[in-house]
Design a protein around this ligand. Sequence first.
Ligand SMILES: Cc1cc2nc3c(=O)[nH]c(=O)nc-3n(C[C@H](O)[C@H](O)[C@H](O)COP(=O)(O)O)c2cc1C
Length: 415
Amino acid sequence: MLAVPIVASNAHKPAGTPVDPKAAKDIKLFQPFTQKSITMHNHIGVPPMCMYAAEDGHFNDFHVMHYGSLAIKGPGLIIIEASGVVPEGRITPQCAGLWKDSQIEGLKRVVDAIKSQGTVPGIQIGHAGRKASMSPPFKGDYIEEESNNGWPENVVGPSDIPFAEHYPQPNVMTKDDIKRAVQAFADAAVRADKAGVEVLEIHGAHGYLISTFLSSSSNNRTDEYGGSFENRSRFALEVVAAVRAVWPQSKPFWVRLSCTEYSNPDLMGENANGWDIYQTIRLAKELKKLGVDAIDCSSGGIIQGVQYPKGIPMYQVQFADAIKKEAEIATAAVGLINEGEDAESILQDGKADFVLVGREFLRDSAFVLVAAQSLNLEINWPQQYSWAVKKARRQNTSKTSTENKTNSEPMATLP
Ligand SMILES: Cc1cc2nc3c(=O)[nH]c(=O)nc-3n(C[C@H](O)[C@H](O)[C@H](O)COP(=O)(O)O)c2cc1C
């Protein structure tokens, strides 16, 4: 059942689809993208972005409004924000979660709102590990104490190495803790399926739990979960295998990875004492064998005090390209892809199979329309808006301009 009545749905003709599909035959960005039984109506997605607006992990009206307002603007896919598989696996006390059944209903409302606009709903499930129990970034960068609903004494990691001085001291996970965490990922996947989610992504990036097991910078265990590449990968592979066993085969299954931790300033350089692109490629090959359908290629967040490439458009695309070619698995590119032409060039050059646009979507939720306009393609816009708004932006932003008739003329019809 749709969250909105049929009269308000745009699922039959989503925004972001070409008015004339033949006109888009050479434009990959606006062709449909199918994985398993799921078809996204274009190759543009919104990556997971935490909103720090949940209560006890439950999604609420804010999330329906936020994700609905993105879906109505036509991305093919929205990956709902990182949702904790256990309460202590949230980054902040305000993060969303999927650790109990009462959280399914709120998520279903968000999912239904997204679907009602013809966009495919995905979700990222994760465990924050040693970076848990922190404040939302818009409040600062400090530990949330118990008095503020935090759990600094109950933060866990592969080893007892904190992320930074002002982060909690992690408790070393026992093998039973590891087993429980693996099961929690599988249980959260079942809840996501029940809520109607169609693409599931495991958060294996940014220095959260899975990612800290992978890197020897954050994992100094001496048992079968530490040391060699095989041992450091074991937790990630166990999580993926457990989730694969319960997540429907017909629905896409993605994993987000940090492709380097940047301790080597050469992005494509090796890092024998930490995590690098070559280990990521090796892991991607194993993930493919377990039935993962795509790697969402991000980077960083694992260690402090390293330099990130600043202000370089598409700075992570080289990782998506290398993984796609070397591991022969589909990839999603993300990171400073702010222009339609850039997004299209990534697909045309075969560097990734799908493009995710984060902050630019928050800045300008008309990204899809702007991208289509820059590629000279006419796309559908939500029927409720399209009769009034035909172009993404005034071509000349001067208020006195009469050049752009479409947006500067008084409206002929007023509701
Ligand atoms: C507000 C905000 C919240 C984010 N939350 C998540 C998250 O939940 N999970 C995740 O893997 N990445 C998260 N990210 C990273 C984005 O998914 C994305 O990879 C990053 O912003 C780079 O893409 P962009 O340059 O298009 O914004 C977040 C980014 C922002 C700006």
